[in-house]
Write a protein that binds this ligand. Structure first.
Ligand code: NAG
Ligand code: NAG
Length: 515
């Protein structure tokens, strides 16, 4: 008897096609995040495609476009089929067809491009929409001129268990329009658009982030365990946690479902929530999450996503002007695993956009949400070019001290590059202590004026330590809100990139200290 009915359902970007015959129900669908207009990871990596079908059936995927391909059949096991394409060079458009062997059932995705896929994660400053930034209308008018930068957004969903697929898709892959980009992450969009200007091939952007969330929500049990946080429950917390702040709930529902997707790298803007929650632990929990995501994406994609894929992040911007609290400085420091700069031996293949000099006192979205996302994205792009794309001679790191010398009366700081210095009386502070290092509760931080000595060296002078005290530590920009817009004390030559904040014990017995 002939097949009676072919039924197509479109539900939240999931395409389901079922054909009913007199003997059995055939079915075939792609996983939630496969759709028309999508970007699949280009060569040298291979894209992984998967979906659902009838147990035991054979599913083949074919590609037609600039090149043609047909995969060998994959057997539906546990309701799921999965194939890995041969590597495809950047470009398109392609049609991708999945078909069930021995059946007329087939599903085709059209206008599929191959390029680099970047995952964008974090909390509200990553979720911050393009229509909220400064000069948003200018930016949105450009959206349609970037048809090869394709956004996709996961819905905000939680789960107590690890899911293999997204519960819901907020924005299916789309050719960008002013309307879709307006609602999309500004940092993610701008990063993709700027990278496209450099790469000149398609860029896929996967936004999966949620405002007000701590790193613990985005971390697997395996990552939390490394930092002794796995057992941490509401009971041990000083305050009652919201549902979306609990351990692993967003890892489970918004990251774990994406693990089979081959990606080039990830960018991340988060940490504000951890300034109030497990602040000290962040020096462990953030690098542990990065490592764990790398392992998980590598395994999830069958080895396609690099096990050390590039991971870029934004160092916290500013929150409260005039605050004397050190929550933001501490998180900024912990974001680098307490080394002050990245990449470093604890955080290889990472890159960081310093943002403490981009405060926005009159942001209608609260001072914690500065509207200068172009600068943030631009600085991320520099890091990506150097770290992810191995471009030589891209200046992507602000100055960092390589040697600190003290005579007791003054401190000389030698940077790793030429610095552009604005004289300041309090950008730097020294810790005066009657005992030798470390700088403890009995010690005193006092402001130390700075002046430039040579192209790479600054001097802190007129140090007002009590006479019997020694300088045991030096810190720079150790404030929630260290300066006005692009007006911090130390920049790279030409004022291009801000020096990140640092904290260094130093100068015991006036000896040299090398960072
Ligand atoms: C907004 O656009 C104007 C005119 O192009 C420009 O002068 C200004 O610097 C822009 N502001 C920001 C914050 O980008
Ligand atoms: C700091 O630099 C100045 C100028 O080069 C030099 O005279 C002084 O000895 C240096 N101090 C230390 C502690 O190295």
């Amino acid at each position: 008897m002939a097949r009676l009915l072919v039924l197509a359902l479109t539900l939240c970007g999931v395409f389901t096609l079922a054909a009913f015959t007199d003997t059995f129900v055939e079915s075939l669908s792609f996983a939630s995040y496969f759709s028309d207009h999508m970007v699949l990871q280009k060569s040298p990596e291979s894209a992984v495609l998967w979906g659902y079908g009838r147990e035991g059936r054979l599913v083949t995927v074919s590609l037609s476009g600039p090149v043609h391909q047909k995969t060998s059949p994959a057997t539906v096991t546990g309701g799921v089929w999965q194939v890995t394409l041969e590597p495809v060079e950047a470009g398109g458009p392609y049609s991708v067809t999945a078909s069930v062997q021995g059946s007329v059932l087939a599903l085709t995705l059209t206008d599929v491009l191959f390029g680099d896929v970047w995952l964008c994660g974090g909390q509200s400053n990553m979720a911050f929409k393009t229509d909220q930034i400064f000069n948003a209308s200018e930016e949105l008018a450009l959206a349609q001129t970037y048809p090869h930068v394709r956004p996709f957004m996961a819905s905000l969903k939680m789960s107590n268990t690890e899911l293999i697929d997204l519960i819901q898709v907020q924005l299916p892959w789309t050719v960008p329009t002013a309307g879709s980009v307006a609602e999309f992450s500004a940092v993610c969009w701008l990063f993709g658009r700027y990278m496209h200007d450099i790469l000149k091939y398609p860029v896929g952007l996967v936004e999966s982030c949620w405002g007000g969330t701590p790193v613990e929500a985005w971390s697997s049990a395996r990552a939390l365990e490394k930092c002794g946080l796995q057992q941490s429950t509401d009971g041990t917390s000083s305050r009652k946690k919201n549902a979306w702040e609990r351990n692993s709930v967003l890892w489970n529902s918004m990251i774990h479902p994406l693990l089979k997707m081959t990606i080039k790298g990830a960018i991340w803007y988060q940490g504000e929530s951890n300034s109030m929650y497990h602040q000290d632990e962040y020096k462990c929990s953030f690098p542990a999450m990065v490592d764990d995501w790398r392992t998980a994406f590598h395994e999830g994609s069958g080895g396609q996503t690099a096990s050390d894929f590039p991971f870029g992040f934004v160092q916290l911007s500013t929150f409260q002007k005039g605050s004397t609290g050190d929550a933001f400085p501490n998180i900024r420091w912990h974001q680098t695993a307490d080394m002050g700069y990245v990449p470093n031996p604890l955080m290889p293949r990472t890159f960081m956009a310093v943002a403490m000099d981009l405060p926005d006192e009159t942001s209608p979205f609260g001072t914690i949400h500065p509207r200068y996302k172009r600068d943030v994205a631009h600085r991320l792009t520099l890091g990506a070019r150097a770290v992810a794309y191995n471009e030589k001679n891209v200046h992507f790191q602000g100055p960092f001290p390589k040697e600190i010398l003290s005579s007791g009366r003054h401190v000389n700081i030698t940077y790793d590059q030429t610095v552009s210095v604005t004289r300041s009386i309090n950008a730097f502070e020294v810790c005066c202590s009657g005992i030798q290092a470390p700088c403890g509760p009995q010690s005193l931080w006092v402001p130390a004026p700075v002046k430039q000595l040579s192209p790479t060296t600054v001097q802190l002078c007129s140090i007002f330590c009590p006479i019997a005290d020694k300088v045991v530590a030096v810190r720079y920009a150790w404030r929630d809100w260290p300066c006005d817009f692009k007006a911090c004390s130390i920049y790279s030559a030409g004022g291009l990139l801000p020096a990140p904040p640092f904290l260094s014990e130093c100068c015991p017995g006036n000896q040299n200290h090398t960072l």
